[in-house]
Ligand binder design. Structure first.
Ligand code: AHR
Length: 320
């Protein structure tokens, strides 16, 4: 019995040793889009933390919003012979050539938070939210909130050609379809940034009778919403009351706005895409088994009923 127990303990120690050792020692390249939003900055810092925790050497490249820089960075990672590559693709198209090169070099690629229009064979897995669902959660909230009242919506879209911009628009439109009292009066890109969100909202306000014709503002991310909130205040209106504000990400600043009564709803996007990505890579390298092609993160709705002050404090400590 004693011998059996000793053998079992030995076996489990070997398992613990090798589980921990499999990610440790890897070198992973990460081609990040840039730092356009609070959410993006959080994703970068969480990815660095997750790599450090697992003993992974992370080679980080900031593409400053340019696909050409991402392609250059990926080629650099291939030349350095990294063990795997993480990419947050700025736009959906134009990836076949460079990801084909990574495939030829037998380097697994994992997509983070945005998708691509290319063969699924070019990447190991994609860790992202269901972006159509994010748009529909925001749209459903608006439908429920306005009821039968007429509602002209202005929409701030994300980066042109990016999957979150395409899908969050689609999901929102699907949710309001069939509700004839709700319509999208104006829609323009704010490029996922706070400054562009403010600038575009100023134009919407001018074009819509100083904002008096606008019932709600839907932004594809919180940063654009925060910029738009400022524009609404500058125009002498009350965001959250005169104009309803609904957006996506759940970053600390939107909870601060919510606590002040200036934002009404946000849909959470976790910045921890790297944790599930490294887990999938680990399992793949150990067993050779293909992970699920899509690892989908949650899309939870938050409103002022969800302790915005507490959420602000809690999220501040999470790398935002
Ligand atoms: O791809 C995810 C989106 O990119 C986030 O919602 C937005 O804040 C970021 O810039």
């Amino acid at each position: 019995m004693k011998i059996l127990r000793t053998l079992a303990l030995g076996a489990s120690m070997i398992a613990i040793c090798c589980t921990a050792a499999s990610a440790a020692g890897l070198t992973v390249g990460f081609s990040q889009i840039g730092s356009e939003s609070g959410w993006r900055a959080a994703e970068t810092s969480v990815t660095k933390q997750e790599a450090e925790k697992r003993g992974i050497t992370l080679k980080f490249a900031d593409a400053q919003q340019k696909q050409e820089n991402q392609i250059k960075a990926i080629r650099g990672f291939i030349a350095q012979g990294v063990n795997a590559i993480l990419v947050a693709p700025v736009v959906a198209t134009g990836w076949e050539q460079v990801l084909g090169e990574a495939k030829d070099a037998k380097i697994p690629v994992i997509l983070l938070d945005r998708g691509i229009d290319a063969s699924k064979d070019l990447y190991l897995t994609s860790v992202a939210s269901d972006q159509v669902k994010e748009g529909s959660v925001a749209g459903d909230w608006l439908v429920k909130t306005v009821g039968d009242k007429p509602c002209r919506v202005v929409e701030l879209q994300g980066t042109v050609g990016s999957t979150p911009a395409i899908n969050r628009k689609k999901g929102f439109e699907e949710a309001i379809a069939g509700h004839k009292n709700i319509s999208i009066a104006r829609s323009q890109t704010g490029d996922f940034t706070r400054s562009k969100g403010k600038e575009v909202m100023e134009g919407f306000l001018k074009a819509e009778n100083g904002g008096k014709n606008i019932c709600a503002m839907y932004a594809h991310n919180d940063d654009m919403a925060v910029g738009a909130i400022q524009a609404i205040k500058d125009a002498g209106l009350k965001p959250g009351k005169d104009i309803l504000v609904v957006s996506i990400d759940a970053v600390p600043d939107i909870f601060q706005a919510m606590a002040a009564g200036e934002a009404n709803a946000t849909v959470e996007l976790t910045p921890n895409m790297a944790g599930p990505a490294f887990d999938a890579l680990d399992a793949y390298l150990k067993s050779g088994k293909q992970p699920e092609k899509f690892i989908i993160t949650q899309s939870k709705l938050y409103t002022p009923a969800d302790d915005p002050k507490g959420e602000y404090e809690r999220r501040k400590g999470l790398g935002y």
